[in-house]
Each structure stands twice: as C-alpha cells, then as structure tokens.
Design a protein around this ligand. Structure first.
Ligand SMILES: C[S@@+](CC[C@H](N)C(=O)[O-])C[C@H]1O[C@@H](n2cnc3c(N)ncnc32)[C@H](O)[C@@H]1O
Ligand SMILES: [Zn+2]
Length: 327
C-alpha cells in the first residue's frame, strides 16, 4: 500500500492556511528539528536546515514516508483497512468508528477537554485515527492530529471536511514528534498508549518532556483489564488479551492504579494525576453496544460507585495536570 493509493483531492485554501499556522507555531523537521517553510506554489514543506522536502497529500503533511519503524506491521494493517473505506462518506465513517468506540461518551469528553484551552493554544492528539473526536470543533484551540497511518489520516480529512481549519493532520511517528520545544498545552490520546512497544513508549515520553509547556493538561484513554470482563472471557474458555501481540499490534491493558504509577515520574513533583473510567455499557467484543447510550446513568454510576464500575468499565481515563508550579 503506497501513499499514492489514497489521493482524493487537493487541499483547499483553509487547510493550507491552517498548515502554515502550524508551521509558524509548532511544527519542526522530525529529523533535525530545523525550521520548516511551505512553498507558495509547490505542494511540499521544506526544512531550512537539512533541506529535506516533505510532501502534502490529501491535506495531510507527510513526515513519515514508509521508513521502517517498530510498528510497521501495525501501520500496514491500518493502511490496508483504511483503503477499503476510502470512498465512504462521513456518515459511514462514523458508523465504522461506532463499532469500536462509544461515540456519544467520547465526543462529550473531547468537547469538555477542548473547552479548557484558549484559542491561541495547541492541543496534540497522538494517534488521531479518523479524527472523529474533533468533528464539531470549528473554533477555539487548534488541534494537531498525528498518526503513523496515512490511510487513517486521509479518512480523517474526509470526515472532518475540507473547511475545518481547526485540525491540522500530520503523518508522523509518535516516537519522533515533529514539534517545537514547549509549544503544546494539551495532550489528548485515545487507545494509543496501549499499543506502544516499550522502545516506542520510551521515545514518546522523551518527546513529551520536550514539547509540553510548563502548564499542560493530558487526558489519555486506554483499555481497562476489567475483572468482570476477564471472568466472562474465562467462562467462554478464552483469555482477555491483556499483554502481548493481538494480530499485528501490541496491546497492554493497565489498570487506573498502574497508569497513575506510570505517569508519576513525568515532570515529577509538578503534576496532579487523577484517574477515572468510562464506557461502562459499551463492550463491542461482547456484542454489547446500546443503540441509545445511557450517558447520564453511566456518569452517575461512575461518580457514585467508582470501585464497583471499575470492575466492568471498558476504558481507563488518566488526567495529568501541571500548572507549572510544584504540586
Ligand atoms: C486504536 S486506534 C485509535 C484512533 C483514535 N484515537 C480513535 O480514538 O479512534 C490507534 C491509532 O494510533 C495510531 N498509532 C499507533 N502507534 C502510533 C505511533 N507510534 N505514531 C503515530 N500513530 C500511531 C494508529 O495508526 C491508529 O490510527
Ligand atoms: Zn531537517
């Protein structure tokens, strides 16, 4: 699967203007961290330092050009899946997303997260996938969505629309973030950290140390190794995948306590870490996918009896907040 397989349309003016702003504010060359500039006529971005050129295709700036990396099998798998949906409209794409994510809950969480930031600030979404969390964000803080799968990013551009200039999409490896030092105020990431092999996770953490401002908010969601979920699998003679390879990708499920311990050393002494849960009634692998999701009931139960819901909640939420002072 090559990048060319995805060509849908040339980027519109709004998308190029948004990319120009991202280049001015936050983007740097992923190889040498040099300053970038976008050609007026040519559809590429160049590094003033190492002279590398990076193409823009379907409104996506491509830093990752098929280099071999730790997750190559995972990336090819996602590109191949994306290629099957390249002609789907945005309604169909959202239906595909709804098979794997509880859209009403997560769009609400994304809206609340986005509202925390000033319009001049930048939020980074690592592993933005189809970009659906940001479908209705037409003003406020700008979002840089990065993903290693160009196929997913092309679908994201399609789902978000050509006029949406709040979201800039970049094909890059999270292990080599093409982002300027201390330029990012928010980090959002849904079901990505669980897929990082250890060496990638190590590089991602080093990158986050470099790019996050002194004051930042992170909100991360990953799959919970819920006890009841594990028991149900056992009853059917199976094992809930919690650590190891699932098809071409790594998967590690950690509990809220394990994620809290994981984030403790990050900017140690300057952060507050809180954990929560979500997607109590959404378990696609067990074919539990309510048509009308009971958001209110989930919110009440998760707030009132967190320990009980933790036994079955599908996702762990970790929020790491730094106000730039010692905590
Ligand atoms: C489970 S999907 C979730 C996508 C999206 N966050 C959502 O909620 O729909 C994981 C995404 O992370 C991306 N990804 C995984 N490892 C990555 C890496 N090292 N760098 C960039 N993207 C990565 C994959 O390509 C995929 O789009
Ligand atoms: Zn460079």
């Amino acid at each position: 699967m090559t990048a060319r397989s995805f060509t849908l349309y040339p980027p519109g003016r709004e998308i190029l203007d948004a990319l120009r702003e991202a280049i001015k504010d936050i983007l740097v060359c992923p190889v040498c961290q040099g300053t970038l500039s976008i050609g007026e006529a040519t559809l590429d971005v160049r590094c003033a330092c190492c002279q590398r050129a990076y193409p823009i295709q379907d409104g996506v700036l491509i830093f990752l050009q098929g280099q071999s990396e730790a997750q190559d099998g995972d990336r090819r798998f996602r590109d191949a899946l994306a290629a099957e949906h390249v002609r789907s409209d945005s309604k169909t794409l959202l239906e595909i997303v709804a098979r794997h994510h509880c859209v009403p809950i997560m769009q609400k969480q994304a809206e609340k997260f986005h509202a925390r930031f000033d319009p001049r600030e930048w939020i980074l979404d690592i592993g933005v996938g189809y970009g659906w969390h940001w479908a209705d964000r037409r003003k406020g803080a700008r979002i840089l969505g990065i993903d290693m799968s160009l196929g997913n990013l092309v679908l994201a551009r399609h789902l978000l629309g050509r006029e949406n200039n709040r979201v800039v999409l970049v094909c890059a490896d999270a292990a080599a973030l093409p982002i300027r030092e201390r330029s990012i105020s928010g980090l959002w990431s849904v079901q990505i950290f669980q897929h990082f092999p250890p060496e990638v996770l190590h590089s991602v953490l080093a990158g986050l140390h470099r790019i996050l401002k002194d004051e930042f908010v992170m909100e991360l969601y990953n799959l919970n190794p819920a006890l009841l979920h594990r028991v149900i699998y056992r009853l059917f003679g199976k094992r809930l995948p919690c650590k190891g390879k699932v098809g071409p990708m790594e998967l590690t499920r950690l509990s809220a306590g394990e994620w809290a311990a994981f984030w403790q050393p990050f900017r140690r002494g300057r952060t507050r870490i809180t954990c929560g849960y979500s997607e109590l009634f959404f378990h696609p692998d067990l074919r539990i996918r309510p048509r009308r999701y009971p958001i209110g009931l989930e919110e009440t139960l998760v707030a009132k009896v967190p320990r009980l819901t933790a036994l079955f909640d599908r996702q762990v939420q970790v929020r790491v907040v730094s106000d730039g002072q010692a905590a």
